[in-house]
Every structure is written in structure tokens, then in C-alpha cells.
Design a protein around this ligand. Structure first.
Ligand code: AMP
Length: 208
């Protein structure tokens, strides 16, 4: 099963992606995670991406498309994949379709996780992550409830950057919901519910 996960920052894409990966045993491709790892390792990709990410802007299409193409060529994606945070622009969506076509593959579902702006701002401001295992929690979690390591706040989860990321989402990414609806691939879920309930909704829709 090949899935695209759409939704504003903070909609819960990462959390749902982890659950889908566990149940369906498919590859998790998060462009945000790949970019953050590159920034941390100070690779040329990371050095190029950092200023865009810190400002809440999108990293240029050519860079992100290149890294997704490379990732899709890895063997573990043959059993299926979930794209989390990609595509984010029309150019990326078209490049993805053409790359998958070349590989003789296609998207089975585009899942849109819908959450209001107020809830997103609240969630992102209090979001905390585990350095060791990637668990996504909130400001109440001083230590990771899964592995006990220290939780941290992402550099781009600050009020000003959050506002910019939401604007960028509305302008560049939200139109992709119509793109996938037009291709008859869209399923929509209410992302304001508890994450386990959201996952149940997703599973039901994928089973149809
Ligand atoms: P995320 O973890 O998905 O919220 O992504 C964090 C940041 O990485 C975004 O705000 C962008 O700066 C960058 N990024 C992640 N995915 C993409 C993408 N598909 N296109 C452009 N920039 C991206």
C-alpha cells in the first residue's frame, strides 16, 4: 500500500504515520525527519535546508524532490510506503506522480488529516519530542514515557515560525487536497479526535 499523508503542520501526520508503518509494515518517508537529520549532521543538504526550515519556509522543490526520488529507489519501499510531509507543492505532486509512473508504481490513498488553525497553534506550541526514539508528546512530558530520554522542542515550533508555516501550508499545500480529490484518491479524517480514534477512522477508510 502506497500512501500520501496530507495535513497542516501539527495535524498529527507523524503520529498517524508511525501507527500505519507498524500495522502495515511499510516504509516511512518523512521529508521533515530526513531534513532535520541532515541539519544535525551538517551535511551539504542540511546546510542548504537549515535557513528555510528555521524560517518556516519550504525547502526548494528541486532539493526535496531529489531526496524523495533517491529514497523511493531504496528496496524497503517496494513493500509499500507512507509519504509524510511530501508532496507540499503542486510541482512536488506532479514530480511524484511521474517518478512513480517510471517505477511502475502509484499512490493508493491520499489521507488528509483535518484540524482547525486554533488547535494547531496550541498543539505546536506545546509539542515536545524525544531525542532518542522520536516519540511525539507535549510540554507535560519532561521525559519520554516510552524510553525515558529527555524531550526537546523543535526549533521551528515557535509562535512566529508556526504562523509562517501555517500561511505556507494554506498557500502551497492545501490545494493538493483538491488535486488528490480530483484523482479519486482522497480520504479525509477528523484530526481533532484522540490519535487512536483518528487511526481507527483511517483504518476503516483504507479497508473500503
Ligand atoms: P515537517 O517535519 O514535515 O513539519 O517539516 C519541517 C520543515 O522541513 C518544513 O517546515 C520545511 O521547511 C521542510 N520540509 C519538509 N518537507 C518538505 C517538503 N516536502 N517541501 C519543502 N520543504 C519541506
Amino acid at each position: 500500500m502506497n500512501i500520501v499523508l496530507l495535513g497542516a503542520p501539527g495535524a498529527g501526520k507523524g503520529t498517524q504515520a508511525e501507527k500505519l508503518v507498524d500495522v502495515h509494515d511499510i516504509a516511512h518517508i518523512s521529508t521533515g525527519n530526513i531534513l532535520r537529520a541532515a541539519v544535525k549532521a551538517e551535511t551539504p543538504l542540511g546546510l542548504e535546508a537549515k535557513s528555510y526550515m528555521d524560517a518556516g519556509e519550504l525547502v526548494p522543490d528541486s532539493v526535496v524532490i531529489g531526496l524523495v526520488k533517491e529514497r523511493l529507489e531504496e528496496e524497503d519501499t517496494e513493500k509499500g510506503f507512507i509519504l509524510d510531509g511530501f508532496p507540499r507543492t503542486a510541482t512536488q505532486a506532479v514530480a511524484l506522480a511521474s517518478e512513480l509512473d517510471k517505477l511502475g508504481r502509484g499512490i493508493d490513498f491520499a489521507i488528509a488529516v483535518k484540524v482547525s488553525h486554533d488547535v494547531i497553534v496550541e498543539r505546536l506550541s506545546s509539542r515536545r519530542l524525544c531525542r532518542a526514539c522520536g516519540y511525539i508528546g507535549n510540554a507535560l512530558d519532561k521525559n519520554c514515557p516510552i524510553c525515558g530520554d529527555v524531550m526537546y522542542q523543535r526549533d521551528d515550533d515557535t509562535p512566529e515560525t508556526i504562523r509562517n508555516r501555517l500561511e505556507v501550508y494554506e498557500k502551497s499545500t492545501a490545494p493538493l487536497i483538491d488535486y488528490y480529490r480530483g484523482a479519486d484518491l482522497l480520504v479525509e479524517v477528523d484530526g481533532e479526535k484522540d490519535p487512536d480514534e483518528v487511526f481507527i477512522q483511517i483504518q476503516k477508510m483504507l479497508a473500503h
